[in-house]
Design a protein around this ligand. Structure first.
Ligand SMILES: Cc1ncc(COP(=O)(O)O)c(C=O)c1O
Length: 281
């Protein structure tokens, strides 16, 4: 059982009083973290014996390196991590800004960064800042308000979906359609992409599906043309199944639905690689 009196006694800040003698309450939040006497003594002890830059070729510098290595080992053992994963700095926010800044040199416009709605702002602002500077885009993992946990069903760039890899995913907004773009990872004589867009239309939404193939050599072209009749069956069925499932989900969540349309009732269906299914959403 945790002995609260003993633990409280380790923190001198908890015994401070205001000018008129009232005890101070440190509502420990983003305002700062109180430090126990052992840490205060260790920091004061180091400074009293003289401090030095790390990585120098003189006694106090070597002692500083040894102390940092020892503390890294101890922190790693405490958090069950590895010593080279322990970084010292002014605070977590500043360190994360530095980390994002160092990474920014490797980011380009269109690169994607995953942030969650559950993270403290200290692990969000540095990435938003990086995205603004580099043109990278943010993928949000949502919070499930029912459970207070992350919605792990949210698809993210890099996720595997059967034999496909998610290379772009965006929720629909008032200004642009929802998008899911997949890259085929099965062995093919070329590169294949599958793309779904959800476009808001009056009274519901449309699902647009597009399959793209960049053939490699003659074999790639042969493969594509041999499969055209099969694709003519597979893709409309896939679009209809997806739209039906979306409709079921919308119905079970109480959202309004519109009657399903048969696949191929759209001019886009004339193109064997592009289908649309009109569904409510
Ligand atoms: C959960 C959480 N993460 C990160 C931070 C930021 O830490 P720092 O003050 O070291 O920048 C805080 C600050 O209170 C926090 O509560």
């Amino acid at each position: 059982m945790l002995d609260l009196a003993t633990v409280r006694a380790c923190f001198p800040a908890l015994s401070t009083t205001t000018a008129d003698g009232a005890p101070v309450v440190h509502a420990d939040a983003p305002g700062g973290t109180q430090v126990p006497q052992q840490v205060i003594a260790a920091m004061a002890g180091y400074l009293e014996a003289g401090n030095a830059n790390a990585h120098g070729h003189f006694a106090r510098s070597r002692q500083t390196d040894a102390l940092c290595a020892q503390v890294r080992d101890q922190v790693a053992a405490f958090v069950e991590g590895t010593p080279d994963g322990v970084v010292f700095g002014p605070n977590m926010t500043t360190l994360t800004y530095h980390f994002a800044d160092a990474l920014s040199r490797t980011f380009d416009a269109g690169d994607r960064i995953v942030c969650t709605r559950l993270d403290h702002d200290a692990n969000v602002s540095p990435w938003l800042h990086l995205a603004r500077r580099t043109g990278a885009e943010i993928d949000w993992v949502d919070l499930d308000p029912g459970t207070g946990t992350l919605d792990l069903d949210t698809l993210r760039v890099g996720d595997a979906l059967d034999f496909w890899r998610v290379i772009d995913v965006r929720r629909p907004t008032a200004r642009r359609p929802g998008l899911l773009r997949l890259l085929a990872e099965m062995r093919l004589p070329g590169r294949a992409w599958l793309e779904f867009r959800v476009v808001a239309v009056e009274g519901g939404s449309e699902l647009h599906q597009r399959a793209l193939f960049a053939p490699r050599g003659l074999l790639g072209r042969l493969y594509w043309w041999v499969l055209v009749p099969f694709h003519g069956m597979i893709f409309p069925t896939m679009a209809t199944t997806l739209a039906r499932r979306a409709e079921q989900l919308a119905t079970s969540s109480g959202a309004p639905t519109a009657p399903p349309a048969a696949p191929g009732d759209d001019p886009a269906a004339a193109d064997p690689d592009q289908r649309r299914a009109r569904r409510a959403g």
